[in-house]
Write a protein that binds this ligand. Structure first.
Ligand SMILES: [Fe+2]
Length: 174
């Protein structure tokens, strides 16, 4: 039987209620790929005319985890950021998320950040990646993309650690 959103949400609750760590996030990440492989779920969640932006599909009150459906516009590019103490899992239903992972090379106490590009890859349809607390990343969408995201809390209420190309030194080569 196809893996449904309801089942995904039940499993997410069970995986994260005891402890939130790399292992339980990996369980959710693998389940997210199973969910993306269900064409009925994709067809129910996004249509060609679904506008850009995000919708909350589920909020787990016990763990405060959110499941969000995004429509990302072609050419959208974000600055490097981390989600502070929280975490996120990104998966694509269509299109691609071009992901860059960055490493800060100077002290947290400095007034500016120096970032070095560590990894670059694309999250393509059916794939999901997990980002633990503090991991600095930036995303780009080379084409319109339907993205599913699971976040450890409502990230909009959390200070996001955004890095800024004017103030910070962002190096694309090590
Ligand atoms: Fe992010």
């Amino acid at each position: 039987m196809a893996y449904t959103l309801d089942q995904f949400c039940r499993d997410l609750h069970d995986a994260l209620i005891e402890k939130v760590d790399d292992e339980s996030r990996e369980t959710v990440r693998a389940n997210l790929e199973k969910l993306l492989a269900n064409p009925d779920f994709v067809a129910e969640t996004w249509q060609e005319d679904t506008p850009p932006g995000k919708r909350v599909l589920y909020h787990d009150k016990d763990t405060d985890v959110y499941v969000l459906a995004h429509v990302q516009e072609e050419g959208k590019k974000g600055n490097p950021h981390s989600h502070g103490a929280s975490w996120a899992i990104y998966g694509n239903a269509t299109g691609a998320t071009d992901m860059s992972e960055w490493r800060r090379t100077n002290s947290e106490d400095d007034d500016h950040a120096e970032l070095v590009l560590e990894k670059e890859y694309s999250i393509t349809p059916g794939l999901a990646q997990a980002y633990g607390p503090g991991l600095i990343h930036s995303t780009g969408h080379p084409c319109k993309s339907w993205v599913l995201r699971v976040t450890g809390t409502d990230l909009d209420t959390l200070p996001r650690y955004r890095f800024d190309a004017k103030k910070d030194k962002i190096l694309e080569t090590a």
